[in-house]
Write a protein that binds this ligand. Sequence first.
Ligand code: ADP
Length: 527
Amino acid sequence: MAEIDIYAALKKFFGFTKFKGLQEDVIKSILANHNTFVIMPTGGGKSLCYQLPALIKDGTAIVVSPLIALMKNQVDALRAHSDEEGIAHVLNSSLTKTEIKKVKSDISAGITKLLYVAPESLTKEENVEFLNAEKVSFVAIDEAHCISEWGHDFRPEYRNLRTIIKRIGNNIPIIGLTATATPKVQEDILKNLGIQDANTFKASFNRPNLYYEVRPKTKNVDADITRFVKQHEGKSGIIYCLSRKRVEELAQTLQVNGIKAVPYHAGLDAKTRVKHQDMFLMEDADVVVATIAFGMGIDKPDVRFVVHNDIPKSIESYYQETGRAGRDGGEGHCLAFYSYKDIEKLEKFMSGKPVAEQEIGHALLQEVVAFAETSISRRKFILHYFGEEFDNETGEGGDMDDNMRHPKKKHEAKEEARKLLDVINKTNEKYKAKEIVNVMIGHVNAMIKSHRTNEQDFFGIGKDKPGEYWMALLRQLLVARFLRKDIETYGVIKLNDSGRDFIVNPTSFMMTEDHSFKEANDDNIEV
Ligand code: ADP
C-alpha cells in the first residue's frame, strides 16, 4: 500500500493530516496482514490504528470490544465521516430480527468495513457460521488485557476468542490492543491469542506533564481536599472515591465550601448522570466527585487535577484514572490520599472471591502499597511497573513527583528491623500484622494470652516506640520483601529467606519517615 494512500485516507475519513505516535507503523503492519500487538496508553489513538486499515482493506474487519456504549460511539463517529450508513455496524443481542438482517446484508454486499461485536455475540453459532462465509479482513481485539487474569479487568468470555477466530477463517490476521500491559499481561495476551509472532508496538507510558503526589489520609481529608481544590479555583478536576456514599458526602462538603462540584456514580439515575457529566464538560461545574463509573470515554482535554480520595486497587487503575488529567499536554496534578486502613478494607472485599482471584488481587494491591509508600520517584515506579526503564536525570518529567521534589527523610533502622523480624521468627510466624505490633509494644489481648506470648522475655521489646512506628516499619519490610503476607491464612505475616538472613546478618535498612501515623477512621467504603 503506497504511503500516499494512508495519508489520503487519514484526511478523508478522519480529517487529520498527521499520524500520532506509532499509528503509521501499526497501520502498515496491519495492511501487510501481520498479526499485530499494540500497547498504547489511553488517549494514544488506538482506535484509528485498526479503523483506518479496515476502511482501506477488502472485506469486513471484526472489532471485539467489551463495552457496548463505546462501540456505539465509535460507530456513530465513523458514520459521521461517511455517506454510507452501513460502513460500520454493531452486532449484538439487543438488535431486532430486521436490524440483524440489515447488518448481515450490508456485510455480504461489501458495504460494511467495521463490525463491532461483544465477545459473547461473536461466540454465537449462527454468527460464527455467517462470518465464516464472508470476507473478513482481520479481527481487532480491543481492551485485550481482558484476556488475562493478571489484568485489572479479566473477562472469561475473552478466553475463547482464538478458537472462534479460527472457526471464522484460517489465516485471519489478529490485532490485539490494550492500554494496560505489564510484561505478565502482555505475555498472556500473545499466548492466549496464539500470536507470539505478532509485530509488537509499544508506546511509552510516560506522561511527562503529570505531577504525581501521595499524601497521608488523615481525619482531615475533607479539609485537605477542599484546600487543594480551592488552590485550583476555576479549573477542571475529577475526585475519585470508592463508595457512592462518600461521593455524595464529599460533593456536598465541596458545595458548602463554595466549589462548583457535582456527584457522579452508578446509583444516580441516567438523567442526572448525563446532566452532571454535561455540566462538567460545559464547565458549569468545575469538579466531578465520582466513583470509577465516571471517565470511560470522557475526553475532556483540560482536566487539571485528579484526586484520589481512596487509593485504587491496582496500579493499572491508578494510571488510567490519573491519565484523564492533562490530556492537552498542560498541567495535570495527580494527588492520592493513602491510608493503610483503606488497603485492609480492599482486602476484606476480596475475601469472598475464589482463591486464585484473591491471590492476584492481593499481589496487585501489594504493588499499590509499595507505590504509595515508596520513596523513589513515582514516575519511575509506575513506568517500571509497565516494563519501562526510566531515568529521572534524562527522562521527560523526571522531577515531576513529590518524592523527587521533596525527598523524604530516612533514618537507619537496622536494629529496629532486626528486632521486629526476630519477634516474628520467635513467635513462629503465626501472627498477623496487628498482633505483631501488639507484641512489640507489650499490649496484651486474648489472642496473645492464649499463646502465652505475653510471658516471653521479648514481649514488649519495642515499647519505647509507638505501635504506629512498628506498623510502618513492618509495611516497609513487606515492601522490601523481607516479609510476605500469607494468603491462605488471610494475612499472617511470614518471613522470606532474606528476612531470615537479616536476623543473623543485619545490614543497613533505611526507613522512610513518610507516614503520618494518625490515619483517618473512615469506615464507609462499600465497593
Ligand atoms: P485510545 O483508544 O488509545 O484511548 P482514541 O482512539 O480514543 O485513544 O484517541 C484519542 C484521541 O486522539 C481521540 O480524540 C482521537 O480523535 C484523537 N486522534 C487519534 N488519532 C489522531 C491523529 N492522527 N491526529 C489527531 N488526533 C488523533
